[in-house]
Design a protein around this ligand. Structure first.
Ligand code: GDG
Length: 498
């Protein structure tokens, strides 16, 4: 009997951060949208997660650790790709966060194109691909995630041409004009085309990708079926916005302990209304623009002074990259200025935290917030917006959402704003504060329906189906070729229950 194919998940960071304490490796669970989305699948089905553990290796040839995780109840293998300090600097802080990230978010002026960083990106992609290949049997499925590892599918395809591969690009894919500024744009595209399925959050990102492939590689593309013909293969580039575990957020939001925490938080803040913002401290997230809008709002609406606070959680991120250090100073200066101008007695207009908080606590923040401000200048999707919607079990609350967040395409009942338009954001904030409960409930019902329907299971099932369909076609071809009469000896590709 043939075994069920194993999933080999490949991503820059994985489900664990590794720490060496007194010569012993300790695996600390990592927090990210990707972990919450895909770890349950690996826990259920087993498999391998190939990722950098977040620590610095002494030498390029340092072997990575292989750990059965979760430690208390092992279900899958965590396979570390060790990176040296120099690789971290040039591949991670350099090419991925100093070139690809700003480019894909339309911050061309922040892009630094360096040949040495590109070479490190290539070298590290090789490392990941080789680590994945070492774990992969001929029937297994490789699933690569995100822009850090765009070259991995191409490398794997060269070594094992028959392997089934999926890729998901979590950030925007920019317009061709912008993407073409990258000196290595063609190599990135060729790398991605090693995959059979390349998923994006939005049709616009797929179109941009198809357009770039067509113009830069002169490959035939079909905008109607989201397909590319490349080296004798047909590649599918669908738009599947990532979902969240809706039920899990609802369950947490009903937990009496978390509800009590939310009440406590409201009591501590002490204002009649609370607006909340939660994100990594990143220049794409529009934190500074939001603070400017809040400041303008307090200037224009003195009747709200003392009655509404903004709770800003800024999770430290990419702290070694100068643009992030600069942003932190600007944000903290703005917070200081606003609080200096408008604090009175116990009233503090902005409560600012430069730290991450545990997930359960995060849900208590969602519960405490009358208004959620998700106002990025550009964002591939944005899971926080969906998490807020899912957590509002009493049906109230207002989501203010940037039109430049991918999530705005489906979350139409949110109050949609342009974060570059400070005055417009002030108007939206006033409207949110004045919105009757009946209208809040009406909007939230529709939002919740959307987030519930297109949840993380829907997202994962799409990949399963796409890879299965491809296999059915291949099975047909194999049958015709070998003239065998039964499918029973051919493997199935199920990797998650739909
Ligand atoms: C990239 C794309 C795309 C945040 N703060 C805390 C915390 N979080 C969790 C949230 C959410 C996740 O991190 C953040 O996801 P986002 O989607 O909001 O943003 P990015 O980190 O930029 O993610 C983005 C995403 O990939 C998925 O494809 O949507 O567009 O940029 O799940 O809950 N979690 C905890 N404490 C925090 O302080 N526990």
């Amino acid at each position: 009997m043939l075994k069920e194919p194993k999933i080999v998940l490949v991503s820059n960071r994985g489900s664990y951060t590794l720490k060496e304490i007194d010569g012993k490796i300790e695996a600390v669970p990592a927090i990210s949208g990707l972990v919450s989305a895909v770890e349950p699948v690996l826990k259920e089905k087993g498999g391998v997660w190939v990722a950098w553990g977040g620590r610095e290796a002494a030498a390029p040839e340092t072997p990575g650790v292989r750990l059965n995780v979760p430690p208390e109840n092992p279900a899958y293998l965590f396979c570390e790709v060790p990176l040296t300090g120099d690789e971290i600097r040039r591949y991670y802080h350099g090419f991925t966060n100093g070139a690809l990230w700003p480019l894909c978010h339309y911050f061309l002026e922040k892009c630094r194109y360096s040949n040495s960083e590109w070479l490190a990106y290539r070298q590290v992609n090789f490392k990941f691909a080789l680590a994945a290949l070492a774990e992969t049997g001929p029937q297994d499925i490789v699933w690569v995630n995100d822009y850090h590892l765009a070259l991995v599918p191409g490398i794997i395809r060269r070594h094992k041409p028959g392997l089934k591969q999926a890729f998901f690009w979590h950030i925007p894919f920019p317009h061709y004009d912008l993407f073409a500024t990258l000196p290595w744009a063609r190599a990135i595209l060729r790398g991605l085309l090693g995959s059979d399925v390349i998923g994006f959050h939005l049709p616009d990102y797929s179109y941009n990708f198809l357009h770039a492939v067509n113009k830069l590689l002169e490959a035939p593309v079909d905008y109607n079926t989201f397909t590319i013909r490349w080296q004798g293969r047909k590649i599918f580039t669908p738009a599947w916005p990532m979902g969240i575990d809706y039920e899990a957020f609802q369950k947490l939001a009903c937990d009496p302990k978390i509800r009590k925490q939310a009440e406590e938080l409201r009591r501590q803040i002490g204002t009649e209304r609370i607006a909340l913002a939660v994100e990594r401290l990143d220049y794409t997230k529009g934190i500074l623009e939001r603070l400017l809008a809040f400041e303008r709002f307090l200037e224009e609406a003195p009747e709200w002074r003392g009655r509404v606070s903004l709770l800003q959680i800024a999770v430290p991120s990419r702290t070694a990259v100068p643009a992030y250090q600069q942003l932190r100073s600007q944000v903290e200066e703005a917070v200081g200025r606003i609080n200096g101008r408008f604090s009175e007695g116990n009233y503090r207009p902005v409560h600012y935290f430069w730290r991450g908080i545990p997930r359960q606590e995060l849900v208590s923040y969602y519960l405490a917030a009358d208004i959620m401000m998700v106002t990025p200048l550009r964002d591939g999707l944005n899971l926080v917006a969906k998490e807020y919607v899912a957590s509002r079990v009493d049906g109230t609350g207002v989501l203010i959402l940037s039109r430049f967040a991918g999530a705005a395409r489906d979350l139409k009942e949110a109050v949609i704003i342009n974060p570059y338009d400070i005055e417009g954001t002030v108007v939206a904030l006033k409207a949110a504060l004045a919105m009757p409960v009946s209208q809040q409930k009406q909007r939230l019902r529709k939002l919740q329906e959307q987030v519930r329907r297109f949840d993380v299971r829907w997202w994962l099932a799409n990949f399963q189906r796409a890879l299965q369909e491809r296999e059915v076609k291949e099975e047909d071809a194999v049958r015709r070729h070998l003239r065998v009469s039964s499918f029973s000896t051919l493997p199935s590709t199920s990797f998650i229950d739909a």
